[in-house]
Design a protein around this ligand. Structure first.
Ligand SMILES: Cc1cc2nc3c(=O)[nH]c(=O)nc-3n(C[C@H](O)[C@H](O)[C@H](O)COP(=O)(O)OP(=O)(O)OC[C@H]3O[C@@H](n4cnc5c(N)ncnc54)[C@H](O)[C@@H]3O)c2cc1C
Length: 464
């Protein structure tokens, strides 16, 4: 271990390439872009973070932060940086009366959803229980509850962080409104977040699951789904994807027999009185789809809200994914045809999963107390990716990503949601020129020397 002169050597363990602990401190969920920082440390207390910042200053390093590395390929290279991995002490604390949870940095969404559930409360988590709370919330956050609750970033009530001066701050709309605004969607680079307070909402039941058909049925199914999205209730949010799943023991054989179309999502019932309505809403989508053909796999059911953590069937273990993302305008049946031409049956797509998240509803509504990113006006989010060596070579996947991008270009808004941007080579587009300038003014105030500048998502680019 190397430390600066007056660094607390009792607790802070900084590791360098080749040293014990470096591999663990730099491990990431998306293996496509392993970070290679000059040094790395797991930090558990504010004191350790403060010491780490001083260590970086003394060593002439910048400071970078990752929680799980789900978004590792979206982070800029960090060769001249000290990488911090917050695993802050403490547990998720739920205040059922105020309907707020305080979540220490390092926590993953599964833990928050499970802590809220005994109180009949849910949280705007994403599709995977293993995604980190902090990166997801700072980058917007698309949830299967989002058409009802809006972007997850809007549910943040306070952010606790250590800024470049080593000071711990609790930032909310009254203590520092500019920094609170910039933190939520402003692109990162403000400091090390140590905890967040996030809104919970009532949820007694959900109707949730995934239904899958051979992709040959996709042209009819996707047309029905698209028409349903135009009038869908806000309680419902879904995704449609073409999946090319490998034959693995953990994959049901019906899902690896060839390309399949999956329709998954959730319909929220906030109270016991809402359950019958939620079931009717689900049936209005699923009935017409099931009448096209019997699904080969169908898990939709009325169940406990924590089940939404498993609905999307995301990978549980680290995997290398090369992916892409666009926010799309309404595309009509012509867009359905074009999308399926490049990812559907017979397309030869090497993408393991590619498709659309349904937006609209509360996603489209600016939030009166929102941050730099508080709504998305586009109706659909495209994302797709492949696993090199499993679904094709890296070259074939990258080439096909370009093919899909060209096919969808007529409907590409040029905008993005930060949590879905898969590579730092893709300019993010979610801030106006004025917002970029305003966010930079906040950074200049809290980090005048630019210690965290490398941690800015490449998002500080103006909308086209
Ligand atoms: C399987 C899978 C499913 C997903 N599902 C969804 C989904 O349903 N909805 C959705 O919106 N997104 C989803 N995502 C994307 C995910 O939300 C982003 O990758 C998000 O950035 C993950 O946050 P993290 O903290 O785990 O990631 P990391 O890669 O660790 O962090 C991402 C960025 O957040 C910042 N950051 C993280 N922690 C801190 C901290 N403590 N202090 C300061 N900055 C920090 C850093 O700038 C970092 O570069 C999914 C990703 C995967 C791989």
């Amino acid at each position: 271990m190397r430390t600066g002169d007056d660094v607390d050597t009792r607790t802070l363990a900084v590791t360098h390439p080749g040293e014990p602990g470096y591999q663990a401190a730099t491990s990431v969920f998306n293996l496509a872009a392993p970070p290679e920082p000059a040094a790395a440390a797991v930090v558990r207390t504010v004191r350790e973070i403060r010491d780490a910042i001083r260590f970086a200053e003394e060593e002439g390093l910048s400071v970078r932060v990752l929680t799980t590395g789900h978004a590792a390929p979206a982070a800029l290279p960090m060769h001249d940086a000290l990488l911090l991995r917050p695993e802050m002490d403490g547990a998720v604390e739920v205040d059922p009366r105020r309907r707020i949870a305080r979540v220490p940095a390092g926590t993953k969404w599964g833990a928050v959803a499970r802590a809220a559930a005994p109180y009949g409360l849910a949280v705007a988590h994403g599709s995977s229980p293993t995604v980190g709370v902090v990166g997801y919330l700072l980058g917007g956050g698309l949830s299967f509850y989002g058409r009802r609750t809006g972007l997850a970033a809007n549910s943040v009530r306070a952010v606790e962080l250590v800024t470049a001066d080593g000071e711990p701050r609790r930032v909310d709309e009254s203590s520092d409104p500019e920094l609170f605004w910039a933190l939520r969607g402003g692109g990162g680079g403000f400091g090390v977040v140590t905890a967040v307070e996030v809104d919970l909402f009532p949820a007694v039941k959900v109707v949730t699951g995934a239904a899958c058909w051979p992709a040959a049925h996709a042209p009819r199914l996707l047309r029905i789904w698209r028409r349903w999205t135009l009038e869908a209730p806000a309680e419902a949010a879904t995704s449609v994807r073409v999946l090319n799943l490998p034959r693995l023991p953990e994959v049901p054989p019906a899902l690896s027999a060839g390309p399949i179309l999956s329709v998954d999502g959730a319909v929220l019932a906030e109270t016991a009185d809402d359950v019958a309505t939620a079931e009717r809403y689900a049936e209005e989508l699923l009935g017409p789809l099931r009448s096209v053909a019997e699904p080969v796999f169908d898990t939709w059911q009325t169940t406990a809200p924590v089940s939404v953590l498993d609905t999307h069937m995301d990978p549980a273990d680290p995997v290398a994914v090369l992916g892409d993302h666009m926010l799309l305008d309404e595309f009509g049946d012509e867009g359905v045809d074009e999308l399926l031409r490049v990812i559907g049956a017979g397309s030869g797509s090497p993408l393991i999963a590619a498709g659309l998240r349904q937006l609209g509803g509360a996603y489209a509504v600016p939030h009166p107390k929102g941050g730099a990113l508080d709504h998305l006006s586009a109706p659909y989010a495209y994302s797709g990716g492949g696993v090199p060596g499993l679904t094709g070579t890296a070259e074939a996947i990258t080439r096909h990503i370009g093919t899909v991008r060209a096919a969808l270009a007529p409907w590409d808004t040029g905008r993005t949601v930060p949590t879905f941007v898969e590579t730092h080579t893709q300019p993010q587009g979610h801030l106006s020129v004025e917002q970029v300038a305003a966010v930079d003014r906040v950074r200049e105030r809290v980090d005048p020397a630019g210690m965290f500048r490398g941690d800015i998502m490449p998002s500080a680019t103006a909308l086209r």
